[in-house]
Design a protein around this ligand. Structure first.
Ligand SMILES: *[C@@H]1O[C@H](CO)[C@@H](O)[C@H](O)[C@H]1NC(C)=O
Ligand SMILES: *[C@@H]1O[C@H](CO)[C@@H](O)[C@H](O)[C@H]1NC(C)=O
Length: 390
């Protein structure tokens, strides 16, 4: 069987604020004797599913004592209740337990559960011993609710009294058997791709809109969408998660069946660099070199890359500077993108205010003049030319 990644998320070391609530950290262990029920949404469907769990950022091996997949009640995202008839055990080499070494990922055996495209799916895991140490791998900006409860409740219909948190822990991908011609597009980005300003449990980030459009188009029906955005992320330097350059291998190249990559990242590099002529000339030059480097690396793997122009941030407290040095850097980067290829995505054109192109259109601004509301994310999803994926 050739496998294709149908769902994936970027992973990082969990910062203190995004760790599980304090009652789930004790005796030097994170999530001891805890059941975690999390929801993901597949992009393409399939009759068998293979789960990937990540311990890339842990500082000790993590033992999964039991895991299961199920369809949530009414097929809804972010609920703690499952349809028990759909519940399936997840095994690893035939066993219900697996120890994931420090720095590694584990892939499950295929699980027989048929899901349609865009299905919400719950993944429930129990960690008898939790994870030793102070680090756990996560995707903080899940925009989806996870439920934590003590004891082994993997097969339970519901998790009464569970504690809700809006983060994903240990999850990183779900594969389905690839049908003929099925391929994935991966999206490397920051909070604008991760969905800051979108609806929790609403799946209205821009890649979700792109997926819906692909599913509605006969030519796009076998294209999976992998959102590997990370909030606060920069392309060139670590900070909130490893830099985009550093995580390209893990979050994009190691996924199966990726044929296209969209890169929509650089605004946080510009925004956190000193607002001076020299500082901004340097960062814009480095971003362009990084884009070329990504293009060369992905080309070597047979992946076609498209760059998306960076959105305006005029009026944002942290990033906008009165002399416009950062705006000049944004323009330099966008000019390079627009002249680099005809396979680009012009998000700036779609989102900027016609009357004041240094700013977002007011009706799509989430309020901080940097992030978008759901209307804005829909507009970005609509601005991606589907013929990029022919
Ligand atoms: C997934 O969950 C969301 C939120 O509850 C819901 O709007 C959507 O319809 C669900 N998807 C499917 C295919 O049922
Ligand atoms: C990318 O490849 C081109 C053409 O082969 C080459 O000229 C350029 O130096 C490469 N750039 C990087 C950053 O690797």
């Amino acid at each position: 069987v050739r496998w294709l990644t149908s769902w994936g998320c970027a992973v990082q070391r969990t910062e203190p604020d995004n760790l599980p609530p304090s009652q789930f950290i004790r005796g030097g262990r994170i999530l001891p004797d805890t059941t975690m029920r999390q929801t993901i949404r597949v992009s393409l469907g399939g009759s068998r599913l293979r789960l990937r769990l990540s311990n890339v950022f842990g500082t000790a091996p993590v033992a999964i004592s039991r895991a299961g997949l199920a369809i949530p009640v009414e097929g809804r995202a972010g609920v703690s209740r499952i349809q028990t008839a759909t519940s399936r055990p997840v095994t690893f080499d035939g066993l219900s337990t697996v120890v994931i070494p420090t720095g590694a990922e584990a892939i499950s055996d295929p699980v027989a559960l048929a899901v349609a495209p865009q299905t919400n799916l719950t993944v429930t895991v129990h960690l008898a011993d939790g994870q030793a140490g102070e680090e756990i791998t996560s995707h903080p900006g899940s925009r989806t609710t996870t439920y934590l409860v003590f004891g082994d409740h993997v097969d339970d219909l519901d998790l009464p009294g569970a504690t809700p948190v809006d983060h994903w822990y240990l999850l990183t991908a779900l594969d389905v058997p690839a049908t003929a011609g099925a391929r994935a597009v991966a999206i490397l980005g920051d909070s604008l791709t991760d969905g800051r300003g979108s609806t929790t449990n609403g799946n209205d980030r821009w890649p979700d809109r792109l997926l819906a459009r692909l599913q509605a188009d006969p030519r796009g029906r076998s294209t999976a969408v992998l959102n590997v955005g990370l909030g606060g992320n920069r392309l060139l330097q670590d900070g909130l998660g490893p830099s985009g350059m550093a995580r390209l291998d893990r979050d994009v190249l190691s996924r199966t069946g990726v044929a296209w990559l969209i890169v929509f990242e650089g605004i946080n590099d510009i925004g956190t660099t000193e607002a001076s002529v020299a500082g901004q000339a340097k960062v814009s030059g480095e971003l362009i070199a990084a884009y070329q480097h990504i293009a060369n690396r992905t080309q070597a793997q047979g992946i076609q890359v498209s760059f998306a122009t960076l959105l305006p941030f005029g009026g944002n407290d942290l990033y906008d500077d009165p002399a416009g040095h950062r705006e000049a850097a944004r323009q330099a980067v966008n000019t390079w993108i627009r002249t680099s290829s005809d396979r680009i995505v012009d998000f700036d054109l779609a989102a900027r205010d016609r009357a004041d192109p240094r700013r977002l259109r007011p009706e799509i601004d989430d309020g901080d003049h940097l992030h978008l509301n759901p209307t804005g994310y829909r507009l970005l999803g609509d601005a991606v030319p589907l013929d990029l994926f022919d």
